[in-house]
Design a protein around this ligand. Structure first.
Ligand code: SF4
Ligand code: SF4
Ligand code: SF4
Length: 310
């Protein structure tokens, strides 16, 4: 049902759109994927806003705003005018192409003649978090990638803080081993060299899916093996401690850790960031796919015992 009232919104001058932007529903996107979200983000069209309100939390997507960061850590703070609000109203003229929140606005004039106070929406942030819940992993992978690229550009790639991690006692390392970059290895990543290292039993070959990376194909990458995982680990989503996590912490010295361990973003109060995005990791390992496929086939049915790193 169309709830638009052009006349009333024109008289009001779009008070709601001047102070914030409405929220997209997942159906407003032809493609829900990391690549599409990155494209829209870098074109300045969308923003990601985090909702945390008692029993509900998660990311939602809105049209970008003219002076609000496109990654808004708190949806209630720092909102500004929607980029689509023009002098003659919403630039998206076709009502059915507006974000779900814009379509479901119910404009109502207050009895005192004022505008805005009595307007309602049929799609609020609470409903938006529920609608976006099945896609949180895709939004999170997108945001992680944006942050990771920004850190590289600004020269602050590693903000690792061993004091914080010591206090936390390696919560993330108890969930999974971190990811290698090809640059972590002392020699070029040939089949023979990687086989020699993988034979020691502390590395797993894992597939990253198109959903995690936004690339066209699944990509095989290397990570530190989890306790009880096989070399070819198809269960990377099941939490299990890193095989190199010792009672005193990580086996590696700070500078010798895999890139994923060095790039960790320890901010335990807000939830730590992975630092090395799935997309970065997949892009880094893309040139080695033939070798990793051969290794995957080689180790697929082999039971390799962990023999130590050295
Ligand atoms: S997209 Fe249109 S309806 Fe939604 S906030 Fe922006 S100007 Fe308003
Ligand atoms: S990155 Fe965060 S979760 Fe991981 S060990 Fe450090 S403080 Fe703990
Ligand atoms: S290698 Fe070190 S930093 Fe990486 S997951 Fe294992 S214990 Fe953590």
């Amino acid at each position: 049902m169309k709830t638009e009232n052009k006349l009333l919104c024109k008289e009001c001058g779009g008070r709601c759109c001047r102070s914030s932007s409405c929220i997209y529903g997942p159906e407003d996107f032809e493609d829900i994927g990391v690549s599409n979200f990155l494209d829209l983000y870098y074109k300045g069209k969308i923003m990601f806003s985090y909702v945390s309100d008692g029993e509900i939390c998660g990311w939602v997507i809105k049209p970008a705003q003219i002076s609000t960061p496109q990654i808004q850590e708190n949806i209630f703070i720092g909102n500004s005018q929607c980029i689509y609000l023009k002098e003659d109203g919403c630039e998206i003229k076709d009502y059915y192409h507006r974000p779900r929140g814009g379509k479901l606005l119910i404009p109502r004039k207050c009895p005192e003649g004022d505008y805005g106070e009595d307007c309602k929406t049929g799609y609020d942030y609470f409903q938006a978090v529920i609608a976006w819940d099945p896609f949180q992993h895709i939004v999170e992978a997108t945001i992680a990638h944006i942050h990771a690229e920004e850190r590289i550009k600004s020269g602050s790639e590693f903000t690792y803080d061993s004091k914080l991690c010591k206090m936390c006692q390696g919560r993330c390392c108890k969930q999974s081993g971190c990811f290698f970059s090809p640059k972590d290895f002392k020699q070029p990543c040939s089949f023979e060299y990687l086989k020699k290292v993988i034979d020691k039993g502390f590395i797993s070959i894992v597939p990253l899916s198109e959903e995690q990376t936004g690339l066209d194909d699944g990509i095989l990458v290397l990570k530190v093996r989890n306790v009880d995982a096989d070399i070819c680990d198809l269960h990377g989503n099941i939490a299990s401690p890193c095989i190199l996590l010792e009672p005193s912490g990580c086996f590696f010295d700070k500078e010798d850790r895999p890139y994923g361990g060095k790039a960790l973003q320890p901010t335990p109060s807000q939830g730590c960031g992975i630092g090395y995005s799935f997309r970065q990791c997949a892009n880094d390992w893309k040139p080695y796919q033939d070798i990793l496929k051969q290794l995957y086939n080689f180790y697929y049915d082999k039971d390799i015992v962990f023999k130590g790193v050295i």
